[in-house]
Ligand binder design. Sequence first.
Ligand code: HAM
Length: 423
Amino acid sequence: MSKNTPSLAAPRGMRDFYPDQMAIQSHLFDTWRTSAERFGFQRYDACVVESLDLLKRKAGEEIVDQIYAFKDKSDRDLALRPEMTPTLARMVAARQGALELPLKWFTIAQCFRYERTTRGRKREHYQLNLDIIGEPAVTAEVEVIAAAIDALHGLGLTPADFKVRISSRALLGDILAAAGIPPDHHAAAFLALDKRGKLPDEKIGELLAEAGVSAEVQTAVFGLLDITSLDEVRALLGERDSEGLKDLDACLAGLAAYGMADAVVFDIAVIRGLAYYTGIVFEAFDTDGKLRAIFGGGRYDNLLAAVGGRPQTGVGLGFGDVVVAELLAEKGLLNTGTQRARITVGYMADEQQRTAADVAARLRAEGEQVDLALHAEKPRAFFSRADKRAFARGVYIGPDDLAKGEVRIKDLVTREESVLSLA
Ligand code: HAM
């Protein structure tokens, strides 16, 4: 290829969906939508381009450094959204007086992040977002998590394949407070702790020091991340009252009441890398721990006010298409949808084209998905094409059929035929 010829590949990290991949994607989106609607969420959508200002928050979040930003011709600072949550907050804030709360909304949003592309990470991905705005009770967490688990079930995965790991920043805040760290340092401490395993501990130590955490307390905080059960947390808190702990207990009980207890585990090390979470946080992982998070979310009670709205509580999650597809492929569950549920209609010569078009129209009117040949073909060419394209049934029309006044619909798998009268 000459130097001036553009590459035929999509830009690095961006994705083309050829029909085979699109069939998989459609099946995933259908499953997402079915579960979201089954749990009473209403669909919304928004522009992919956002104002940069809305997306940029205080430093410390990886996502802010990954934004695809640009200026438009009027010098406005715009960006491709890296996530949906700030846009949702903006939309709700813009109509806060008129919207009936609590609201339960979902969307399937295309998002862009300039990330290092690795397994499960692209520069473009789609996310199911489920959010509930205006409900302070933990019932909101239960509904969004249960709907996402329902979607995983819908895709054929069971709790043996994945676990939702759940914790609470409020609870961790109580623990940090018990360790003497003032609340205004907690957000920075959370972001630093979230880097555990991704950065060396010394580097995290430096971030914690910047957040006002002394070296001595750092060691204590790292130690806390080794806690494995809520009983240990209870023992640690002793008589100290913790709303965070009560909420977490209630959330686990709510999911158990849905019969989902075996899909959820407490994990104090789940913190989440976004600054806006205030309460319960959670992430779903494959049981083998090979892949990145399947979905993640939590409670964000200050975001509406932060984007300029009146204070209002929020809970939600983002469930990406990339990681779950990897997991489904690994489990042999990648469903390519209904490619065989289609009929193709062909004909031998131009004289039969009109009849072929009539037959196609009749079958379409009956609700069938029908492909009509775009030109006359020899029978061999027709049946070979029908096979290669995996049509379920074929109708091939020749001069004899016209004379007889009937055509045969052939099942291309069983080779059985049925007769359709042209009258
Ligand atoms: P997040 O954890 O940044 O949360 O993303 C949610 C999910 O999107 C991840 O668990 C992953 O499945 C997928 N994802 C994220 N980045 C990529 C990428 N570069 N390539 C492939 N998949 C990716 C949020 O975005 C929050 N806004 C979710 C939320 C909604 N919180 C409340 N409401």
